[in-house]
Ligand binder design. Sequence first.
Ligand SMILES: Nc1nc2c(c(=O)[nH]1)N[C@H]1C(S)=C(S)[C@@H](COP(=O)(O)OP(=O)(O)OC[C@H]3O[C@@H](n4cnc5c(=O)[nH]c(N)nc54)[C@H](O)[C@@H]3O)O[C@H]1N2
Ligand SMILES: Nc1nc2c(c(=O)[nH]1)N[C@H]1C(S)=C(S)[C@@H](COP(=O)(O)OP(=O)(O)OC[C@H]3O[C@@H](n4cnc5c(=O)[nH]c(N)nc54)[C@H](O)[C@@H]3O)O[C@H]1N2
Ligand SMILES: [Mo]
Length: 769
Amino acid sequence: MPSPTTSHWGAYSVRTAADGGIAVQPHPADPAPSPLLGNVPGALRHRTRVARPAVRRGWLEHGPGPSPRRGLDAFVEVGWDEALDLLAAELDRVRTGHGNEAVFGGSYGWASAGRFHHAQSQLHRFLNGFGGYTSSRNSYSLGTSLVLLPHLVGDADAVLRAGSSWPTIVEHTELIVAFGGIPEKNVFVTPGGVTRHGTPGALAELAARGVGVALISPLRADLPPSLDADWFPLVPATDVALMLGLSHTLLAENLHDQDFLDRCTVGADEFAAYLHGRADGVVKDADWAAALCGIDADRIRALARRMAGSRTLVTVTWSLQRIQHGEQPVWAALALAALLGQIGLPGGGFGHGYGSMGDVGDHGPQTRLPYLSQGRNPVGTFIPVARIADMLLNPGTGYTYDGADYTYPDIRLVYWAGGNPFHHHQDLSRLRRAFARPDTVVVHEPYWTSSARHADIVLPTTTTLEREDLGSGRRDTHLIAMHQAVEPVGEARDDYLILADLARRLGFEEQFTEGRTAREWIEHLYTGWATGFRRAGHPVPDFEEFWTAGEYELPAGPSRFTLFEAFRADPEGARLATPSGRIEIASAAVAGFGHADCPGHPVWLEPDEWPGAAAAARYPLHLIANQPATRLHSQLDVGAVSRAAKVAGREAVRLHPDDAAARDVRDGDVVRIFNDRGACLAGAVLTGDVRPGVVQLPTGAWFDPVVDADGGVLCVHGNPNVLTADVPSSHLSQGCTGQHALVELERLAGPPPPVTVTSPPPLLRKDQL
Ligand SMILES: Nc1nc2c(c(=O)[nH]1)N[C@H]1C(S)=C(S)[C@@H](COP(=O)(O)OP(=O)(O)OC[C@H]3O[C@@H](n4cnc5c(=O)[nH]c(N)nc54)[C@H](O)[C@@H]3O)O[C@H]1N2
Ligand SMILES: Nc1nc2c(c(=O)[nH]1)N[C@H]1C(S)=C(S)[C@@H](COP(=O)(O)OP(=O)(O)OC[C@H]3O[C@@H](n4cnc5c(=O)[nH]c(N)nc54)[C@H](O)[C@@H]3O)O[C@H]1N2
Ligand SMILES: [Mo]
């Protein structure tokens, strides 16, 4: 009997063979299963699974304290009781000596699908019971937009969770102007799970209807080849210049909608004055834009006219705000859409994240789902999530966030469950220095990821296939009864059980577990949810029936809706939650914060690293470090689909044949990509589908550092975050800017050093010390 389960990349079932191997089958209702499913079978029992609790040798021998050896030491395997005794004593020492604020439990990361065993929720609940912890806010995904959008439209969720639905777009849109494209590789993923992947079908329908798409991206692969694309391969990081040039053309040719601007927005005059160069003398017309973005001025003007003459959707991928000054592309696109006056009309207006995530544009049910209460955190200290290295390196230093001033706490213990900071953070060489600072680093992980290797105490956890859970994601059509498919691998335990055992040692077991086993919790969460759902009139089965059936199909909601439709119809009655009640093309609040890197209306600001920067003289190639097509972030990098796409065992870097020829690089060569922050090796793939001067290396290859005497880092496996800069998007939002960096690339002379991260680190027994 196959076991039902789900994942961030789709629902599926698992069959186990006599030899312990597994086979996976997508959910029968899924019209477009994800290729990422292919990573699951080979990764389940891969040799990089953490088999037993392990303690870093230096920490075991010398006790807690800062150490530059993190990431380099061998580990000593110990029994569960010993590991948990050590950890409980250390948590207590830090709490007693330094206070709860000294524990950093932000623990950012995607972990796995599952409403109960969600690692971050479990850890936060545990740390709240422990007396609190320093937390983190927002995400690497949307660190900039989550802070900016409330100032512009009152509510980020409206845009991000209720954007116009695909059926509306398919029916009404004539032209999609897609900044960052609509990259199909990304739409198989929705956090928490997805049973019916809808976006691939919507893209096929757009193609069948011949909807025009202006693909604005340095990469042709950001739109499926089937779509009728007009490709604008612009210089990376110059989208704002292009948007300003388009906006100027609309105004200069009187193609804008003054009535919409008057009724529904504030600040259009201020924005227009900027476009006309009233203060700085620089007219931001199409010619000005062309010189920056590398697209002909005539093409820009023609696009503006076509936009004004069509039902046009302006959309911006999330990647565009994951760069320095990442507020500007989002704000300028909203302003551009406002000038067109189609916001709130079916098929027109503004969107953010079509092609970034599976649920954007999806019309699956938007229901409340079962969830585990995390309790309350008595410690109010937090950081914007991507400021982790700043915090660890600069305790006591101030920073700004959303118009207010804060101070970094002094962290002694870092606790991570369900994330991989040595995947997700920028400037990994700096992150290594930051991780040398605390007294103790704890990681719960199924795999020997680079973050586990940089910890002092590593506790092996189960994967979803080794436990039971309830699974469902945003706009998912189903709630899945996630059955246990196999026994835990090695000595792995659930995060819940690990934390319950720690809570017992620390005297708050009853508060943490409420006396329930994991199975009892799952039944409890389901039953509480079902009771509320039944009251709303839905015939939800009882737990046993649901569990036996393996799933419950959630009631469908409307399939056609348009962002800001109600607001457009009645701007006074359906006021937005902004100070003006309208869309703020200029924001007095943001202007009032006084940040030069994010003034009060959309502006063109040169980033430190783009082809026009001084640094480009030494590092002339613009790296795009985007999401990988072959896995979710760093998850299951040892799986078959991820491995198959490697070139010479390294992550593949795509570059233009002209750039390759200038460096004597051939297809399949191992190349070294470098800048002042570090270097990595990658396998060259030559393609005309990238703009010359641009190289693309996705995130997620497990960080495999060779560290020299000065702490300089070469990742032999191709993790682009050795190259990216750890600088915030701006003083407003402090978002992650990992998408871009300037680099140089050369053919590697001599044999490449071996990849070692696909085997466990050196493991000792205690009697070997
Ligand atoms: N340069 C650059 N960097 C980026 C980005 C970029 O565009 N460019 N994008 C950023 C974005 S948008 C994101 S969201 C982040 C993603 O960064 P992360 O979310 O940190 O990446 P994942 O690889 O998903 O890490 C999840 C980890 O949890 C582990 N795990 C899975 N299940 C469980 C479990 O049940 N229990 C425990 N304890 N662990 C579990 C997995 O093995 C994995 O190591 O990366 C960011 N980094
Ligand atoms: N397969 C897969 N899917 C995923 C994920 C994954 O890891 N794997 N991660 C998920 C997560 S957590 C998130 S947050 C989303 C992220 O969604 P996004 O952030 O939108 O995804 P990316 O792939 O990083 O970037 C999208 C595209 O933007 C383009 N781009 C980069 N810089 C520029 C620029 O300056 N100008 C223009 N016009 N285009 C540019 C790149 O070519 C890139 O392919 O993806 C989700 N989907
Ligand atoms: Mo993300």
